[in-house]
Ligand binder design. Structure first.
Ligand SMILES: Nc1ncnc2c1ncn2[C@@H]1O[C@H](COP(=O)(O)OP(=O)(O)OP(=O)(O)O)[C@@H](O)[C@H]1O
Ligand SMILES: [Mg+2]
Length: 290
């Protein structure tokens, strides 16, 4: 198998129904096929209940698949005898609710939990805990002995992220990482993730209900609607379909909203802009030209 050509993760005809066979059955995923290649940065975007979190669970095989297959590096993870420990070592997931993955009362112990369970020696673990806490903006000397439950929601999310970073997984999956944070906490967390993206060779999967953070972190969007993939492609191409996105209840990045307003004045103003820098450059260009 050649690196870069075969997908890291592949879902084939995945379907999932909660409470199957009962009157309360919910068809959460209705046939999703998806390939994620090494180094890709993919946003899974969709309105609430579109199936994003169910998809995340499927990626790490937390769900016994009803039908369909999941492959990791070409191997069928549902096959008998497949080493699922490998999935845990290689795919780090920050779940939608950080509290769901915090297992220890003390910050340092919680971040150390994963590496310790994976058999990483104590000294190496300590180093990773220090690095990971510092990386998420919780200084190691100040936070390592704090009680997790005395922290704010945003800080607990950082602890959850640090715990996953300490595992040094080549694949990182974040389910709505900035949900519930105030604007400043959001900004800080996004900066942190951007930094991480720059420093490490990561395959990144980010679930999001809107395109603001998806645009900052990812360059490919997979759009879900009621458990189906309705668009999948380069971020810029998807951003062009703003009417369809609005129908799907997916909020556009602020840059696109501003650009759409400017398009009323400058008909050739491009609207699929991903960053503030791009927007500024276009504004300058148009003002200069006009
Ligand atoms: N444990 C469960 N039991 C029953 N139904 C569930 C369960 N978890 C999710 N569902 C249902 O499955 C569908 C998809 O839910 P999922 O959480 O995957 O969507 P989501 O896109 O992550 O939503 P959100 O944006 O609210 O996080 C929804 O209709 C939801 O109500
Ligand atoms: Mg969700």
């Amino acid at each position: 198998m050649e690196a870069g050509t075969s997908p890291v993760i592949e879902l084939k005809n995945f379907r999932y129904t909660y409470l199957e066979g009962t009157p309360r059955a919910v068809e959460a995923i209705r046939d999703v096929s998806l390939e994620i290649h090494r180094g890709e940065r993919v946003a899974i975007v969709g309105a609430t209940q579109s199936g994003k979190s169910t998809l995340v669970d499927a990626l790490v095989y937390l769900l016994r698949l009803g039908s369909g297959q999941v492959f990791y590096e070409g191997e069928d993870v549902t096959a008998p005898g497949y080493d699922r420990g490998k999935l845990r070592r290689e795919i780090g997931v920050v779940f939608q609710s950080p509290d769901a993955q915090i297992v220890e009362n003390i910050v340092g112990a919680d971040v150390a939990f994963g590496p310790t369970a994976a058999g990483i020696p104590a000294e190496e673990t300590r180093k990773r805990v220090e690095e990971s806490l510092n990386a998420v903006g919780l200084s190691y000397p100040e936070y390592r002995l704090r009680y997790v439950h005395a922290l704010s929601g945003g800080q607990r999310r950082r602890v959850a992220i640090a715990g996953v970073l300490a595992m040094r997984t080549p694949v990182l999956v974040l389910d709505e990482p900035t949900a519930g944070l105030d604007p400043r906490g959001r900004r800080e967390l996004l900066d942190l993730l951007l930094n991480l993206r720059k420093e490490r060779e990561l395959t990144l999967v980010v679930c999001s209900a809107g395109l603001e953070e998806a645009s900052l972190l990812c360059d490919r969007f997979v759009v879900l609607d009621a458990g189906k993939v309705v668009m999948d492609g380069p971020a810029r191409e998807i951003l062009r379909r703003s009417n369809r996105l609005a129908e799907l209840d997916i909020s556009l990045p602020e840059t696109v909203n501003v650009a759409s307003e400017l398009k009323k004045i400058f008909p050739d103003f491009p609207t699929s802009l991903l960053t503030e820098e791009e927007l500024e450059a276009e504004i300058l260009k148009h003002l200069g030209a006009g």
